[in-house]
Design a protein around this ligand. Sequence first.
Ligand code: ZN
Length: 305
Amino acid sequence: MLLLVLVVAMVISACTSDKGNNGKSQQGDKINVVTTIAQIAEPLSIIGGDKVEVTSLMGPGVDPHLYNATQGDIKKLESSDAVFYSGLHLEANMTKVFEEIGKSKPVLGIGDSIAADQLLKDEGGAIDPHIWFDIDLWQQALENATSKLKQMSAENADYFEANKEKYFEELQKLKNESKEKLSQIPKDKRILVTAHDAFGYFGRLQDVEVVGLQGLSTEDEIGLTDIEDTIKIILDHKVPAVFIESSINPASINAVIEGAKKQGLDIKLGGELFSDAMGEEGTPEGTYIGMYRHNVETIYKALSE
Ligand code: ZN
């Protein structure tokens, strides 16, 4: 980490000359934004339209809890005009990098200012960082990013606002449509078993009970009792399916399926959900709305059979 900080400091000293104090590049007319996760990048590319160039560092299948910035990332962060990350300790290994980069330009954790009473915590008091699964909370976070864009480019403020309002209408449609769909699953079968605790906000918004094998972060240990406790819940409720996540090794979920089989319950794999990473760019699942819809459809199909 020390070496990384040194690299960051060196790159900063080499590149600060062409930036203004407000962080907006003096060259070119697009604001160059870098984000950590694509759940921020893709919506911002819609809100920013042709005035903003957005790049996300973490692609499909990448786990943000464990992610370390590469030298290539540092270069992208350094040549950007602003950096947006999710925050609430999601990008746990990038704190030092954000501090260094934040000395020369706006670096904003877009979820960090969400009111504490709207956030979920685990038994140990750790805040659940997976706020993109509560569509209303994610709107708040995107609102924070939009405000920063408006500050950086006041002449385009109305344009950003109009794009944002249109996009937020789509998000509200997504919310209503997904609630409607999931409410059709019988209440006693509306139990979502996944590899780690990424779906707490999803469960709260959609009235779905969630069981994660691993804790809020993939850094947490996974124990035999976690697997046994989960199998017990599945047997008690005759849960028809469990789910793997695109950014997590499926071994623990497969262990649950095997364990349940040994105890006489033939539980199926309900499919792959996008939890901490989205799908490939250029596919429906590579967009926030498409990713959310994929999850809702996959859960609906597997649990309502
Ligand atoms: Zn996670």
